[in-house]
Write a protein that binds this ligand. Structure first.
Ligand SMILES: [Zn+2]
Ligand SMILES: [Zn+2]
Length: 208
């Protein structure tokens, strides 16, 4: 079985941990560790979350989609989703799926060959593990977030706003370091759109 027991793999309709309000976050990241989207999870991690991220990546003209169990997800997207919803066919036909270079080691030999980032044209030396840096940073916030109210009491930000600001702060730091290093690899729309959208939303809370 791909993914093994070492890595927690999502399933199509995972429904664990029912006793919690929110069970976690699904976070996507580009190879520069800028976070375009995060989803609040109310059940277990599922491929529908992944599909949302995949679709957004497609819309921003991404060519590669990296996921821990991409071998199974790709098959689901191609045979189950795209068959019934042809508008999503381009997700698999125009993009290339890859396994993160370390996670691939938990897969069977055919997966290690077929979804290997090192053997994928156009990938360069990108290993597909970059998002782990984002995750390791965001895990730290769990200690404060779990004590915060879900809804705003108007005196303070609540959980979602705190997280949004934390992610925007992270994105800004990544963008600034790219500019300072003069690498200019980040597309400005990556974070500028995020900023406008989220700050507008947060302003609404401030006014009310
Ligand atoms: Zn596999
Ligand atoms: Zn990027």
């Amino acid at each position: 079985m791909c993914g093994g027991s070492a890595f927690k793999a999502a399933r199509e309709d995972s429904n664990e941990q029912k006793k919690y309000d929110e069970t976690g976050l699904v976070v996507s990241s580009c190879k520069h560790c800028v976070v375009p989207y995060a989803i609040n999870m109310f059940k277990g991690e599922s491929w529908t979350h992944t599909a949302f991220m995949h679709n957004e990546a497609m819309k921003s003209n991404a060519k590669f989609f990296c996921y821990d169990v991409v071998c199974q997800y790709w098959k689901w997207m191609k045979t189950k989703v795209a068959r019934h919803f042809p508008e999503y066919r381009n997700l698999t036909s125009e993009m290339t799926g890859i396994l993160p270079i370390m996670h691939k080691n938990a897969h069977q030999l055919p997966c290690k060959i077929l979804w290997n980032p090192r053997w994928t044209t156009g990938m360069g030396l990108t290993g597909g593990e970059e998002h782990e840096q984002v995750f390791s940073k965001l895990y730290l916030y769990a200690y404060v977030l779990k004590h915060m109210a879900k809804h705003s009491n108007r005196a303070s930000y609540y959980r979602n706003d705190f997280l949004t600001l934390a992610i925007l702060y992270w994105n800004w730091d990544k963008a600034v370091s790219e500019i300072l290093n003069d690498t200019h690899t980040i597309k400005t729309e990556h974070f500028l759109e995020n900023y406008e959208r989220e700050y507008k939303r947060l302003d609404v809370y401030a006014v009310n």
